[in-house]
Design a protein around this ligand. Structure first.
Ligand code: FES
Length: 155
């Protein structure tokens, strides 16, 4: 029988206020077609959508889409090291994806799945907005407490 603790998440405070994360909804890519019919993203001012933080030994990119949708995903692309925090957020097949700025491979923000190949996947973490001393902050949950020496009660 699986222990209940194996499903426990350990939550870490990123110390990032939700309002400090760029709302990607305001920077969704727009497309245009060249005279030869090639579809490309319209040039626009580059805005870094991902807020970066190193937490629990992991470099993460935190994204926001709208008022209340937040995502945490590993900052370094698992394909070849692109900086996912610098990518664009696009909706593909009704799924919000972060497109790596290096080779444009999209990763589903809710699962980390790569839409180009199923051989790689970005680490993705649950996010909660919590109040600490009356101040909102983004918390990220890490699974696998059963594999560590520490339990939530230790913190
Ligand atoms: S480095 Fe990210 S898609 Fe290649």
């Amino acid at each position: 029988m699986q222990s209940q603790r194996s499903n426990t998440l350990l939550w870490f405070d990123t110390c990032i206020h939700p309002d400090d994360v760029v709302d990607a909804k305001n920077y969704m890519p727009e497309y245009e077609y060249t005279v030869t019919g090639v579809k490309r993203i319209k040039k626009r001012e580059r805005v870094q959508l991902g807020s970066t933080v190193v937490i629990n030994g992991k470099a993460l990119a935190i994204f926001r889409h709208g008022d209340d949708r937040f995502f945490a995903i590993q900052q370094i692309c698992p394909h070849a090291g692109g900086n996912l925090a610098m990518g664009d957020i696009e909706e593909i097949d009704r799924m919000l994806c972060i497109s790596c700025p290096r080779h444009k491979w999209p990763f589903v923000l809710l699962s980390g799945d790569c839409l180009v190949t199923d051989t790689i996947r970005a680490e993705q973490y649950p996010v909660e907005i919590r109040l600490t001393n009356g101040i909102k902050s983004i918390f990220v949950g890490f699974p696998g407490l059963n594999q560590t020496l520490f339990y939530e009660a230790d913190f």
